[in-house]
Design a protein around this ligand. Structure first.
Ligand code: NDP
Ligand code: 8X3
Length: 251
C-alpha cells in the first residue's frame, strides 16, 4: 500500500469520483468528501479493495463543519499529501439582470469560499510536513467569460487568482500548487446548472465529443505523479471539438 493520502472534495460524482478511482488503482489512499453520504459509502466500498478509504460528509459552505470534519480525521488519514479542490458547480445560466441571488450565493460560497475553508484546514499540515500538492480545479470559465456565465465565471476567475496566490504563499514550504482548467466535461454539472432539467442538460453535450470525467482524472493523476521538483502550475484542457467557451464544432 502507498504511504500517500489524497483528500478529494466533490468525490461523489463526475471529475472527483473519477479521480478517486484512478488514485485508488494507483495506490493512493483516499479521504473522500461530498454531501451525498450514500454515494460516499458506495465509493468507499468499491475502492477499499485497493487502498485505505475514509469518507467525510460535509457541505463546503459550512466553515465549522469543515473544520470539525478535518480535525476529526482518524490518525491514519491525518497527513494529507494531496488535496484536490474539486467541489463546485454552476447554478443557473442567466444574464445578470435576470439572475437569481440564491444562485450567486451558492456559486461564490461553494466554488470560492468552500475551497478556501478546506484549504485553510489542510495547508498547515502540509507546511508542517514541508511537503504537499494542491490541485485547484478551475475551468475555461476561469480564463474567459461567456454570455450568461457572469457569476460562475467570476467564481472560477477567483479560483485562478487563489491558485496563483496559494503558489506564491506556499513557495517557501516546498508545496506544489497548480490548477487544472477543463472545458466542457460530460458530468452532472449541467444537470445541477439547470436544476435537474435533463433535456436542457443533455443538449449541452449534443453534436460533439465532450471530455469525460476520466479524461480529467487521468490528467490529474499525471500531474501528481511528476517528479517532485516538477510543478504543473496551470493547465487548460478542452475537447478537440471545443476551441473556446463559445466556439464548439457541433455537427
Ligand atoms: P458534478 O456535478 O458531477 O460534481 C460536483 C461535485 O461537487 C459533487 O461531488 C458534489 O457533491 C460536490 N459539491 C457540490 N456542491 C457541494 C457543496 N456545497 N459541498 C460539498 N460538495 C459539493 O460536476 P463536475 O465533476 O463536472 O465538477 C467538478 C468541478 O469541475 C467543479 O468545480 C466544476 O466547476 C469543475 N468544472 C466542470 C466542468 C464541466 O464541464 N463539467 C468544466 C470545468 C470545470 P455532493 O452533491 O454530494 O455534495
Ligand atoms: C464548466 C465549463 O463552459 O460550462 O466550467 O463553464 S463551462
Amino acid at each position: 500500500m502507498s504511504n500517500k493520502t489524497a483528500l478529494i472534495t466533490g468525490a461523489t460524482s463526475g471529475i472527483g469520483a473519477a479521480t478517486a478511482r484512478i488514485f485508488a488503482t494507483n495506490n493512493i489512499n483516499l479521504v473522500l468528501c461530498g454531501r451525498r453520504q450514500d454515494r460516499l459509502e458506495a465509493l468507499q466500498k468499491e475502492l477499499s479493495e485497493h487502498v485505505k478509504v475514509h469518507t467525510l460528509s460535509f457541505d463546503v459552505r459550512d466553515k465549522e463543519i469543515v473544520q470539525q470534519s478535518i480535525n476529526g480525521l482518524p490518525i491514519d488519514f491525518q497527513q494529507i499529501d494531496i488535496l484536490i479542490n474539486n467541489a463546485g458547480n454552476a447554478h443557473g445560466l442567466d444574464t445578470l439582470q435576470d439572475g437569481n441571488t440564491d444562485d450567486w450565493d451558492a456559486m461564490l460560497d461553494i466554488n470560492v469560499k468552500g475551497l478556501l475553508y478546506v484549504s485553510n484546514m489542510i495547508i498547515p499540515k502540509m507546511i508542517k510536513a514541508n511537503s504537499g500538492h494542491i490541485i485547484n480545479i478551475g475551468s475555461t470559465a476561469a480564463k474567459e467569460v461567456y454570455p450568461k456565465g457572469n457569476v460562475y465565471c467570476a467564481s472560477k476567475h477567483a479560483v485562478d487568482a487563489i491558485n496563483q496566490g496559494m503558489r506564491i504563499d506556499l513557495n517557501a514550504y516546498n508545496i506544489r500548487v497548480g490548477a487544472v482548467h477543463p472545458g466542457m466535461v460530460e458530468t452532472e454539472f449541467s444537470k445541477v446548472r439547470f436544476k435537474g432539467d435533463d433535456d436542457k442538460a443533455s443538449k449541452v453535450y449534443q453534436g460533439f465529443k465532450p471530455l469525460q470525467a476520466e479524461d480529467i482524472a487521468d490528467i490529474i493523476h499525471f500531474v501528481v505523479t511528476r517528479p517532485y521538483h516538477v510543478n504543473i502550475a496551470d493547465l487548460v484542457v478542452m475537447s478537440v471539438d471545443q476551441a473556446s467557451s463559445t466556439v464548439v464544432n457541433r455537427n
